[in-house]
Design a protein around this ligand. Structure first.
Ligand code: COA
Length: 324
């Protein structure tokens, strides 16, 4: 039998109810709506309610994806969940999600690749399906990044939001995911990281707890260059001209980074799914949130060629090319 492809059967997403606007933030730190919009394209972001966890957001997104796919949770062979903000240190959020969905028994694990977590998850699930060892997989990106922020640090607290997105994949003779590309360079740790953890200790040398530390300007430059390279790698691996791409579904960190990638592809912004204005950067959730919005809004049609990409802390980065 020919090697099977991983096809997207259905997508789903979820955003917490509470919306935090730039104006809300300007009342708290020395910033302005104009500055945030101009530098990032962000106007608002969603914030999880007290007690609402990454697993809760993941459950809503996964339930919607299963519904859209017409798949029962008990049919799942694999759950991969990209997150940097798990509910607990263990069990993994994927295990918590598996139990809530009623998919007990299948393999379930988290992937921590920061903002590239969903692309990594998709790459992993794709390999399992191509190898023939998994028929039906659920891939989720879910985050409550706002729990990790220093709300007095204007250089980071304006950028992030909470949310979740999910896709159900099934083995099929028709494509499907055509290729996935995953990379990392741990040499860039200092540019974007959270300095505390289980083994290093929950307080850093400045006695600070959990927070995001970032050299924004340098991250920006490396992100643009690296995404250009992975887009090129994806086109070459598939022997495609850039004109073949119907939709760019990018990680939503900054509208200027997204526009630079679109320009590189020669794609007008009408062919790019943009959610960063309303969601901010939801880390591993941003690509599946954008994908679900593109599909449910009726923009992205069956048979079209989609290029997904992401870049995040690590650094990690990657892409996926798929025929929807
Ligand atoms: N409001 C107002 N001013 C702010 C501010 C805010 N929220 N945050 C920073 N500033 C100030 C800085 O203090 C600096 O002031 P100075 O010139 O007096 O020193 C000035 O704005 C410019 O800062 P800079 O960091 O050079 O701005 P920038 O154009 O690079 O924009 C980011 C900052 C963070 C928006 C941008 O660098 C970025 O998006 N980087 C990528 C981040 C990212 O994507 N991270 C996640 C990767 S997954």
């Amino acid at each position: 039998m020919a090697t099977p492809f991983a096809r997207i059967l259905g997508t789903g997403s979820y955003l917490p109810e509470k919306v935090l606007t730039n104006h809300d933030l300007a009342a708290r730190v020395d910033t302005s709506d104009a500055w945030i919009r101009e530098r990032t394209g962000i106007a608002q972001r969603h914030v999880a309610a007290e007690g609402e966890t990454t697993g809760d957001l993941a459950f809503e997104a996964a339930t919607r994806a299963l519904e859209a796919a017409g798949v029962r949770a008990s049919d799942l062979d694999l759950i991969v969940l990209g997150t940097t903000t798990p509910d607990l240190i263990f069990p993994s959020t994927a295990c918590l999600l598996q139990h809530r969905l009623g998919a007990n028994g299948c393999a379930a694990f988290d992937v921590n690749a920061a903002c590239s977590g969903f692309i990594y998850g998709l790459g992993i699930a794709n390999q399992f399906i191509r190898a023939g060892s998994v028929r039906t997989a659920l891939v989720v990106g879910a985050e409550t990044l706002t729990r990790m922020l220093d709300w007095d640090d204007r250089s980071t607290c304006v950028l992030f939001g909470d949310g979740a997105g999910a896709v159900v994949l099934r083995a099929d003779t028709e494509p499907g995911v055509l290729s996935t590309h995953m990379h990392a360079d741990g040499g860039y740790k200092e540019l974007l990281y959270n300095p505390v953890g289980v083994s290093a200790g929950f307080r850093d040398e400045k006695n600070h707890g959990v927070r995001v530390l970032m050299a924004g300007n340098e991250v920006f430059k490396v992100a643009v260059k690296t995404l250009d390279a992975v887009v090129e790698e994806t086109l070459q691996a598939n022997r495609l001209e850039k004109s073949a791409i119907d939709w760019l579904i990018p990680h939503q960190a900054n509208l200027r980074i997204i526009s630079a990638t679109a320009k590189r592809l020669g794609l007008p912004m009408e062919r790019v799914v943009v959610t960063v204005d309303r969601h901010g950067n939801t880390s591993a959730a941003s690509v599946p949130l954008a994908l679900d919005e593109g599909i449910r809004s009726g923009k992205v049609q069956r048979g079209e060629l989609l290029l997904l990409e992401a870049f995040g802390g690590g650094f990690t980065w990657g892409s996926a090319l798929l025929r929807y």
